[in-house]
Design a binder for this molecule. Structure first.
Ligand SMILES: CN1c2c(nc(N)[nH]c2=O)NC[C@@H]1CNc1ccc(C(=O)N[C@@H](CCC(=O)N[C@@H](CCC(=O)N[C@@H](CCC(=O)O)C(=O)O)C(=O)O)C(=O)O)cc1
Ligand SMILES: N[C@@H](CCS)C(=O)O
Ligand SMILES: [Zn+2]
Length: 737
């Protein structure tokens, strides 16, 4: 078996440096491009990636890290786990990802504690696992034709089955992985990477036994490539000795979030993730080299802590960033250079397998790995003492005051905030940035859009209106642009799901709110209608979760700083006469630590930050919150602790599985009745069915009727048709109450 290369990355961005894949996908979905056009763009992105990684001097090139939509969906296809109902669709892959007119898509949820979403495999009694190795095989061949030998990357069997809640199918799935190993060996592949991030969370003895079974069995497979099991997103903990006891040759550990393994791994290669794949800060060579030197293994390889999927491509594509900040940043390209430089520094004399020379390796590294710069921020403000919901009375009193003021019908209908972001609006924002459209003209267009959205909602008969968020490029970036302490990027796109990307802001200094951010638009929208219009804010946890955050302060201190800025905005909205204020916290679940031991502490401070942001509101002001994920079961007590008067939550996309869990909620609740992630328009009958399911578990006087999430990714055509059906269903049931 050839030795594992001395430098590698666990994966790379794949949307394209200029979001080429996004555009190609959306053209294909809209019928403006053929499948061949789409495939050509995919091939160009893969080729560019391999060439670039090789040019940067990286030795171990991964393949099969490209995906047309999602790597978990790719793994389901690899294993033949395509539910029968999708098999006859024009394009079964995208039918599973996005749905069709006839078929709802598969569930989608967050990939561990990231803002990336994967498609949840559906495995049932009818699932027959059957290997289809076409994708990894063709990527190996494609790279080879370009002159590159690669290491295919596949989601590992244990993580795949845990994500699908189907660990009982291990035996069948392992047969497919054995066959895959044999196919790859026949192709001359030297190493395969099996991603097992699930091993950094707490695992039961049965789950650890499954890890042992899986890797003993795969290790015993006849002709096979070297097995590299990659764990990431935290400390591997109790799964590490289990893996070490199996025949796998290489184990990946995250040395950014986890410590240096406390055990000797003499017969193994440790693929040491010392360059973070989760932040944008340059790596401290001293810290990285010390970590490498501490690993006690047969051989050590330098790597990233996880795939670089979660960071943008290239700092060089950011001409407008402050040079002093830019100095401190590393995106994917720079991180690859860091990996290479660290590997050359740690293992100066050889390419053949290596134990770092000595812990005192001098950090005489290539310029790309300059010593980390101390954060150039002003001294932090003192951490404010957490406050309870001071100022706000008990829910019953608040509810009475609000009912009196708002006079809403039973089963009130509303939306989550955003309306479609049109091409014209996006182009107008780009024109302002380019200096070809004046801010005044832009603001007039935003006002015109707000008026259109208000009239549309009035026409549809919605009860609580929104202004539609047309002035926002993104619910986090927009606030970052108006707060001190943040920088935003021009091209720092990171994939969130499918073709959808965000540019996570860079939170590098102390946070402050120099002036009101949303009040002008909220007040304008309210001036157009007699119906209540919700003021719309993003909560402190979410603003921080969806940014790249300074690492010199505890996260909670940073979130409290943001909470104070949100609190000021709440107060200004109230003063402007806004009667309902929604403070979204869709990332509350996402930041939940993967290990149980750290969860209670997190939830306690996260809830306290929300209450700090909202508790200045009077009892007459109705506070809404919104969370868009279905696996909220673990944090229901925390959601309750937010003490919002109304909570809207994803439910439609996940078939109402949240309903049983939320029945204990004592305040207003709107489980979504319209899956906005799919272009599909739900019928009124479907919406009615979901509403009936809600009414079966919750008292009608507390039920709200709303979509799963905001409508910004949909078209007006889809939204008008869908919301008409939502309103019709609500009226039907309201009349029957
Ligand atoms: C609600 N969700 C969000 C998450 N994270 C966020 N940060 N924001 C969210 O809303 N996580 C969970 C969920 C689901 N995730 C997403 C993520 C991304 C989107 C989305 O719709 N993204 C848009 C891009 C949004 C944006 O920044 N728009 C800018 C720039 C638009 C643009 O592409 N401009 C063009 C030029 C203009 C033109 O001529 O068209 C360019 O730069 O080339 C803006 O509007 O100004 C996406 O399309 O990916 C949704 C949910
Ligand atoms: N208010 C936001 C929440 C998304 S999670 C929206 O409607 O897009
Ligand atoms: Zn949402």
């Amino acid at each position: 078996m050839s030795p594992f290369p001395t430098s590698t990355v666990l994966g790379y961005p794949r949307i394209g440096p200029h979001r080429e894949l996004k555009r190609a996908l959306e053209s294909y979905w809209d019928g403006r491009a053929t499948r061949d056009d789409l495939d050509r763009v995919g091939a160009e992105i893969r080729e560019r990636t391999w060439r670039r990684l090789a040019e940067l001097g990286l030795e171990g090139l991964p393949s099969n890290t490209f995906s047309m939509y999602d790597q978990v969906l790719d793994t389901a296809v690899l294993l033949g786990a395509v539910p029968a109902r999708y098999r006859d669709a024009d394009d079964p892959y995208f039918a599973m990802a996005r749905g069709t007119e006839q078929l709802a898509p598969l569930r989608m949820t967050k990939w561990f504690d990231t803002n990336y979403h994967y498609i949840v495999p559906e495995i049932g009694p009818d699932t027959v696992f059957e290997l289809d190795p076409g994708k990894p095989l063709s990527e190996v061949r494609e790279a080879r034709a370009l002159g590159y030998e690669t290491r295919p990357v596949v989601v590992g069997p244990v993580t795949f089955l845990l994500l699908a809640s189907a660990l009982d199918r291990l035996d069948e799935v392992l047969a497919c992985y054995e066959e895959l190993l044999s196919v790859l060996a026949a192709e001359g592949v030297a190493w395969v990477q099996l991603d097992e991030p699930a091993l950094v969370a707490d695992r039961t003895p049965e789950e650890l036994a499954a890890v042992r079974t899986a890797y003993e069995r795969l290790g015993a497979a006849g002709a096979r490539p070297g097995l590299f099991v990659a764990t990431y997103f935290g400390e591997t903990g109790e799964a590490l000795p289990v893996l070490a006891g199996t025949p796998v040759e290489a184990i990946g550990v995250d040395l950014v979030r986890g410590g240096v393994p406390g055990i000797d791994l003499p017969g193994k290669t440790v693929v040491a993730g010392v360059v973070s794949g989760r932040d944008v800060w340059r790596t401290s060579p001293e810290r990285a080299l010390a970590a490498l030197a501490g690993v006690r293994a047969g051989r050590v390889t330098v790597s990233t802590s996880c795939s670089l999927l979660h960071v943008p491509y290239d700092v060089a594509a950011e001409p407008r960033l402050d040079p002093a900040l830019k100095e401190r940043l590393a995106f994917a390209e720079q991180k690859v250079a860091e990996v290479v430089a660290l590997s050359r520094t740690a293992f100066p004399s050889s390419t053949a397998g290596l134990v770092p020379a000595a812990p005192s390796v001098a950090p005489s590294v290539a310029p790309s790995v300059a010593p980390s710069v101390a954060p150039s921020v002003a001294p932090s403000v003192a951490l404010p003492a957490p406050v309870a919901a001071e100022g706000r009375g008990p829910y019953a009193e608040r509810a009475a005051a609000q009912a009196e003021r708002l006079r809403l019908p039973p089963l009130p209908t509303t939306t989550i905030g955003s309306f479609p972001q049109t091409g014209a609006l996006r182009a107008a924002r780009a024109a302002v940035a380019a200096g070809t459209l004046s801010r005044e003209d832009y603001e007039r267009r935003v006002e015109a859009e707000i008026e259109r959205v208000i009239r549309l909602q009035e026409g549809l008969g919605l009860d609580v209106l929104v202004h539609g968020e047309p002035e926002r490029n993104d619910m986090v970036q927009y606030f970052a642009e108006h707060l001190d302490g943040f920088a935003v990027t021009a091209n720092g796109w990171v994939q969130s799901y499918g073709s959808r990307c965000t540019r996570p802001p860079i939170l590098h200094g102390d946070v402050g709110r120099p002036s009101p951010i949303t009040v002008r638009w909220a007040a304008y929208a309210q001036s157009l209608t007699g119906k209540a219009v919700k003021g719309m804010l993003t909560g402190p946890v979410t603003i921080v979760a969806w940014s790249f955050v300074r690492d010199d302060l505890p996260l909670r201190d940073v979130v409290f700083q943001v909470a104070d800025a949100v609190r000021e905005e709440v107060s200004d909205l109230e003063a402007a006469g806004v009667k309902i204020i929604q403070v979204d916290e869709p990332a509350l679940r996402e930041l939940l630590p993967l290990r149980r031991a750290a969860q209670d502490d997190y939830l306690e401070w996260a809830v306290a930050t929300y209450r700090r942001a909202t508790s200045g509101a009077s009892d007459r002001t109705q506070i809404h919150t919104h969370l868009c994920y279905s696996d909220a079961d673990q944090i229901l007590a925390a959601i309750d602790g937010l003490d919002a008067d109304v909570t809207t939550i994803e439910s439609a996309r996940s078939g109402g599985r949240i309903l049983g869990a939320v029945k204990a909620f004592g305040r207003g609740l709107g489980p979504g009745v319209y899956d906005i992630h799919s272009p599909r328009v739900p019928s009124a009958a479907e919406v009615e069915e979901l509403l009936r399911a809600t009414l079966a578990v919750l008292p009608a006087e507390r039920v709200w009727v709303n979509p799963d999430c905001g409508l910004k990714t949909r078209t007006y055509e889809q939204v008008e048709a869908s919301l008409a059906n939502v309103v019709a269903a609500a009226r039907e049931l309201r009349d029957a109450l």
